[in-house]
Design a binder for this molecule. Sequence first.
Ligand code: AMP
Length: 284
Amino acid sequence: MQQIQTVKTIAEVRKQIKEWRQQGLSIGFVPTMGYLHEGHGSLMEKAKEECDRVVASIFVNPMQFGANEDLDCYPRDLEADTRLCESIGVDLIFHPEVEEMYAEGFCSFVDMDGLTQELCGKSRPTHFRGVCTVVSKLFHIVMPDKAYFGQKDAQQLAVIRRMVKDLDMDIQIVGCPIIREEDGLAKSSRNTYLNPEERKAALILSQTIRLGEKLVGEGMRETKTLVEAMKENLSTEPLARIDYVEAVSMDSMQKVEKLEGEILVAMAVYIGKTRLIDNFMIRV
Ligand code: AMP
């Protein structure tokens, strides 16, 4: 097996990709912001299964952070990330500096209406423009056959699917299930912000997801009743502050009254200062 390479420039990525393409190899791509955990690992494993070569990017993208968000303290650990990638058999890590991705004078953006204004878009109005712009750039740099995204960020996955369709990008988007800690908390690089008391309190998210799944399983079909029950459960945790709990149509991210078809039930909740997200999908 080839040893893992880490490169910092677009030119180096392109050179390697060209070589692989000349050998007729397929390429899988996993974009990340680093501080990797088993959630990211599951995407890389899937890519490894399905593609001849796997590229992971590690880039904390300033454009997707709002002014008062956690860009400056976002956790980073390239050594540990490299070990995880190596253990899975990732072939290439692209770890650019901000200047490599956004050269002086940068002023082109990829933006979207509709899907990006709901859910997380309400409290993070510029977030998805940053995501779409950086993911488009990364797609142009890596030119993968397949790219892997987690259902953990369900709205992001829907936005990327839409972008690829609308802009005729010839890349298959693969959605992967949410990986959780043993006690249920969805794995996230941001869990590291939680102190021990907050870490316990954060369990209210996955508990509420399970409650929602149970209620739908028992036949609940009114969005309002479901959302109220979930909000009530969240409010039993004093450290939790709800940003939103909503049920939306999976493709359009628009609110639904009835839980029918392909529905995403998603929430964002602050535990102390840390904003956590979780969700489940319904197909009825
Ligand atoms: P991030 O580094 O947070 O930008 O995440 C990079 C990719 O990993 C995104 O596609 C996320 O949806 C995915 N991801 C993050 N956490 C998880 C998780 N717990 N389970 C599955 N995928 C995840």
